[in-house]
Design a protein around this ligand. Structure first.
Ligand SMILES: [Zn+2]
Length: 333
């Protein structure tokens, strides 16, 4: 009886990820909107200490620093990693990440990206089947950064609801539930729904390219809600841990996958923490973490790097000729 149960479990495990085994290389990009280096590297800000219970002060990304940071490279320590756009605003920054350089976008209303993005190029060169490239985003503005023509990709971006028979019930349900449980801010759904959809998709479809874009952190920042901001970051800490744990369970697929985590911009200091934008240079100093296939396990590094290197890095990892400089400590040989 016991043996039968064990065999049943074993065969379930094989079938759950069997279609993933021979797939790769793969890249997962995770962006967390408007997260400061202060909270990422150091922890809660002493300027805001009265807003946070004593027991909640200190390191925010606890699991990350304890269990994952050393298994990859962390850039941005001592302000060594900068965004690629000229302004520290979301859409200009996301467009710069996607195209590999600053575009002419200066605000969140500049419209559709006009140049080829990383997803456009990957699809054009690799001719990926539709299910192999998926984008999950909480903020509707992401539609203007990920592709020249959003119709060409499988995008799960608020407020659109993707209805396809091939999608698991969980993802269909999460899309619907998100619309009846909207956050207090506009133009987005809650990150909870976006992330659960994304990780569900990862485990079901083993995509070659997956992008999950989250935004709660920035909204709590604009609302001057420091405890809410810190809480969203602690949830992101869990999300990073869950992605890495899932990949470890996914056998050869996981081993063939690189995870990149970053933010689109930082925010102001002290009382100015609620905003970000045109003047403040510190808003452009951000963090980036990479782990998995092709990433050296060096932990924190101080090199001068930039978001302009994300696109070439993904190209290099996916076997394309990189159109620009690849991030340091990334080597697939
Ligand atoms: Zn913002």
């Amino acid at each position: 009886m016991k043996l039968v149960a064990i065999l049943a479990l074993f065969s379930f495990h094989i079938s759950a990820y069997a279609n993933c085994e021979a797939r790769g290389p793969n890249v997962i990009l995770l962006t967390l909107d408007g997260v400061r280096n202060q909270e990422f590297f150091k922890g809660t800000d002493s300027f805001h200490r009265r807003k946070i219970a004593r027991s909640q002060r200190g390191v925010v990304f606890q699991k990350f620093w304890k269990e994952h940071a050393q298994d990859g490279v962390v850039l941005g320590h001592k302000n060594g990693h900068k965004i690629a756009s000229q302004v520290a605003i979301s859409l200009p920054s996301y467009q710069a990440i996607m195209t590999g350089h600053a575009t002419d976008c200066r605000n969140n209303h500049c419209g559709q990206v006009k140049e080829e993005t990383i997803f456009d190029r990957l699809q054009a060169v690799l001719k990926l089947p539709e299910k192999d490239l998926a984008v999950f985003a909480s903020w509707q503005g992401m539609k203007f950064s990920v592709a020249k023509d959003p119709q060409n990709h499988q995008l799960f971006i608020y407020p659109d609801i993707v209805k396809k028979d091939s999608l698991p019930k969980e993802i269909l349900d999460l899309q619907e539930k998100a619309m009846s449980d909207l956050p207090s801010w506009k133009e987005s759904r809650k990150d909870h729904y976006t992330f659960e959809m994304g990780i569900n998709y990862l485990e079901k479809f083993c995509p070659r390219v997956l992008y999950i874009s989250l935004v709660d952190s920035d909204e709590f920042g604009h609302a001057d809600d420091y405890p809410g901001y810190i809480n969203s970051l602690k949830i992101y800490d869990d999300y990073i841990d869950r992605l890495i744990t899932s990949l470890k369970k996914m056998g050869a697929y996981g081993e063939q996958t690189t995870l990149i985590v970053t933010t689109d911009h930082s925010r102001g200091e002290a009382l100015r923490w609620t905003s970000h934008g045109y003047d403040d240079n510190s808003n452009k100093e951000v963090f980036l973490f990479a782990t998995g296939r092709g990433v050296k396990k060096v932990g924190r590094e101080k090199q001068q790097t930039s978001h302009a290197q994300i696109k070439p890095t993904i190209e290099y990892l996916m076997g394309l000729k990189p159109q620009g400089e690849v991030l340091p400590f990334i080597d697939i040989k």
